[in-house]
Design a protein around this ligand. Structure first.
Ligand SMILES: [Zn+2]
Length: 445
């Protein structure tokens, strides 16, 4: 079935009903919006006035010319978010504060007008149409207490779809979340991958009637295939993936029924894939860093923002038949990688794929330290109980199967410290991604 994003975007870019959405129509809309965004930002935002000094939007003759513009980085926002504002602070409806996962204690703030928030609600409404039918109930296992929070905007989007959003919030007690699924006759779950894995592996999960959960949407962190397979096995329902970050206006791309890559909300965002080392754009199909430009945001537009996430455009057409671009499941974050033995990269994604299939494992924390020039990998496991020794042995074996790990061990420059069992899980808000903690003072970016 065609992604519901296609007819939505067809209308959004002003095509007449019945006129097919084409790449040419979309490109010409995006170029016009890109120029308008640059003009708006240069005129209204002190940051972009300086950052894009001497650059005229008329210089952009094709979309590819965007590569001549400088990047915007998370550090730019950290330095002074208010300089990004294109409207008065009074017109800002919601400010989202993201704690930095780096060494600084600075927080990154993103500002949204009521109109900006409306764009997100509109996307959530159409994006959720892929997996939720009118009349169904969706349990939102993400923050939603505050107006304008992800849970609140998703609830509004679902309401427009004729479905009902029930905000549970981040899971702190699996039994309570499972009880709510049963009591409220929930049809769909939306949450963070490790949190959903925790529910699927909880002892109470057998109390959920078979067929109760009809779909699951994973969001806000790297989604390993291990998690997808486990959830599909336990609930026997399709698992969809959403890719987005606060800076994108929360929503970015969502799977269609084919579940083989997310379709991008191309009327609101222009995505590029670049070589993170050289900054040069990469051809479709090549893996690189996701860079995006907002096309419709007024409060705090972002131009060529470096997301730090690694992915690629899938060049082959999607089975659903859309002309919209398809972004592969994000392969992890640049900042989440550590270099071992001086040359091999290990990512949280590698660890997730190797460790999360282990039965009984619910989450883990990885840290790299150094002792006498030797890298040490420390792993702390959070389990649902059961024989800890056996799980530690399996985890050690699984680690040894990661090519980077065995290569570095074989070279004699990595040691795995005795595995530890954590007595409680690490709560994630979703805004700070799970990452390998590098305590050697050496960072890749
Ligand atoms: Zn599709």
């Amino acid at each position: 079935m065609l992604t519901p994003l296609e007819p939505w975007i067809q209308t959004k870019i002003g095509l007449l009903p019945g006129a097919p959405l084409t790449r040419a129509a979309l490109s010409s809309y995006q170029l016009e919006r890109l120029r308008a965004t640059i003009e708006h930002a240069r005129r209204q935002s002190p940051f972009y006035r300086q950052h894009l000094a001497g650059r005229a939007e008329s210089e952009l003759r094709t979309l590819a010319d965007i590569a001549t513009l400088p990047f915007t980085t998370p550090a730019d926002i950290l330095e002074d978010d208010l300089r990004f504002l294109c409207v008065s602070q009074g017109e800002i409806e919601r400010v989202v504060t993201l704690q930095s996962s780096g060494t600084t204690n600075k927080a990154k703030r993103l500002h949204f007008t009521a109109r900006d928030l409306e764009l997100t609600v509109d996307f959530f409404c159409h994006g959720m149409g892929t997996l939720v039918k009118p009349g169904e109930r969706v349990l939102i296992l993400m923050p939603g207490e505050l107006p304008g929070s992800v849970g609140d905007l998703l609830t509004q989007g679902l309401h427009r779809l004729g479905a009902q959003g029930v905000i549970h919030g981040i899971v702190r007690d699996e039994s309570a979340a499972i009880a709510e699924i049963i009591d409220k006759e929930i049809d769909c779950l939306v949450g963070l991958p490790v949190q959903l894995l925790g529910l699927a592996r909880h002892a109470d999960v057998i109390t959920i009637p078979p067929g109760r959960i009809k779909s699951v949407l994973l969001s806000a962190d790297y989604v390993s295939m291990a998690v997808v397979r486990e959830i599909e096995r336990v609930w026997g329902c399709p698992v969809f993936n959403h890719y987005g970050m606060t800076e994108m206006g929360l929503g970015g791309a969502v799977d269609c029924g084919a579940r083989s890559g997310g379709h991008i909300r191309e009327a609101d965002l222009y995505f590029e894939i670049i070589n993170p080392a050289t900054g040069q754009p990469l051809p479709d199909g090549k893996v690189g860093e996701v860079v995006f430009t907002t096309l419709t945001r007024t409060g705090m537009p972002l131009i060529r923002y470096r997301s730090g996430d690694l992915s690629r455009f899938i060049p082959e057409p999607c089975r659903c038949g859309t002309v919209l671009k398809r972004l592969e499941r994000v392969k992890g974050r640049l900042a989440g990688q550590v270099r071992l033995g001086g040359k091999y990269l290990l990512s949280m994604a590698d660890l997730d794929e190797a460790l999360l299939p282990l039965p009984g494992l619910l989450n883990f924390q990885a840290t790299v330290t150094q002792e006498n020039g030797m890298d040490i990998l420390l792993l702390s496991l959070f389990t649902q109980g059961g024989p800890a020794e056996k799980l530690c042995d399996s985890a050690r074996d699984a680690l040894g199967n990661i090519p980077t790990v065995w290569l570095v061990i074989a070279e004699g420059s990595l040691k795995i410290a005795p595995l530890a069992i954590a007595d409680k899980n690490w709560l994630s808000s979703g805004s700070i991604k799970r990452t390998i903690h590098d305590q050697r003072g050496e960072k890749i970016c």
